[in-house]
Design a protein around this ligand. Structure first.
Ligand code: B12
Ligand SMILES: *[C@@H]1O[C@H](CO)[C@@H](O)[C@H](O)[C@H]1NC(C)=O
Ligand SMILES: *[C@@H]1O[C@H](CO)[C@@H](O)[C@H](O)[C@H]1NC(C)=O
Length: 134
C-alpha cells in the first residue's frame, strides 16, 4: 500500500516527462501580413505548426486564437486550398491582385512552389502573406 506522499511522488514522475513532449511537438513560426500594392504596415503574428504540419493548420490555429488574424480560402479542384483573403482584404482577378506566399528563412526569401495546404514550415521560419499584383 502506497502512502499519499509516495503516491503523489509516483504520479509526478509519471506526469513530468509527458509535459515537455507535448511542447516539443510545436514548431514555432512567424506569420507576417504585408502589402506590396499599398505598402500598408506589416502585421506580425507568432504561431506554430505541429511536427511536419502544414501551414494551413497554423493559420487556422492563429485565426481561432482571436489575435486579429483572419483568412478565407477557396478549394481548387487540382491544387487544393487557394488563399483568397487575409484580414478582410481579398485578391481580385479584375484588379490582378492575389495573396502571394513567401518564406523568409535564415538569410534568404523563397517563393514556395506549393500553396498553404501543401507547404510544411520549418522551425523559426517567417511566412509572408503578401498582397501583390500579377
Ligand atoms: C496563372 C497562375 C497563377 C495566378 C492565377 C490567377 C489568374 N487569374 O491567372 C496567380 C498569380 C494568382 C497564382 C498564384 C499562385 N500560384 Co500559381 N499558377 C499559375 C499558372 C502559371 C497557370 C494557371 C492557369 O491559368 N491555368 C489555366 C486555367 C484555365 O486553369 P484553372 O484550373 O482555372 O487555373 C486556376 C488554378 O491554376 C488557380 N491557381 C493558380 N495558382 C494556384 C496555386 C494554388 C496553390 C492553388 C490552390 C490554385 C492556383 O488559378 C487559376 C485561375 O483561376 C500555374 C502553372 C501552370 N502552367 O499551370 C501556376 C501554379 C498553379 N501556381 C502555383 C503556385 C505554387 C502558386 C502560389 C502558391 C505561388 C506563391 N508562392 O505565392 C500562388 C497562390 C497563393 C494563394 N493565394 O494561395 C503552382 C501550384 C503547384 C502546387 N501543387 O501547389 C503552379 C502549378 C506553378 C508552379 N510553381 O509549379 N498562380
Ligand atoms: C545563406 O547561408 C547559407 C549557409 O549558411 C549559404 O550557403 C548561402 O549561400 C547563403 N545564401 C545567401 C543568399 O547569402
Ligand atoms: C529556433 O529558435 C529557437 C529559439 O531561439 C532555438 O532554440 C532553436 O534552436 C531554433 N531552431 C532552428 C531549427 O533554427
Amino acid at each position: 500500500m502506497m502512502t499519499p506522499a509516495l503516491l503523489s511522488a509516483a504520479l509526478l514522475l509519471l506526469l513530468l516527462p509527458g509535459a515537455p513532449a507535448e511542447n516539443s511537438n510545436q514548431t514555432p513560426i512567424s506569420i507576417h501580413v504585408s502589402n506590396s500594392v499599398t505598402n500598408a504596415p506589416i502585421q506580425t503574428y507568432s504561431t506554430y505548426v505541429v511536427y511536419r504540419g502544414i501551414l494551413l493548420g497554423a493559420m487556422r490555429r492563429l485565426q481561432a486564437s482571436n489575435v486579429g488574424f483572419s483568412f478565407t480560402y477557396t478549394e481548387d479542384p487540382n491544387y487544393g486550398p487557394f488563399l483568397e483573403s487575409v484580414n478582410g482584404l481579398a485578391g481580385c482577378s479584375a484588379d490582378r491582385t492575389y495573396w502571394e506566399l513567401l518564406v523568409n528563412r535564415a538569410n534568404e526569401t523563397i517563393r514556395p512552389d506549393v500553396g498553404i495546404g501543401c507547404y510544411i514550415p520549418c522551425a523559426n521560419e517567417t511566412i509572408v502573406l503578401n498582397f501583390n499584383k500579377y
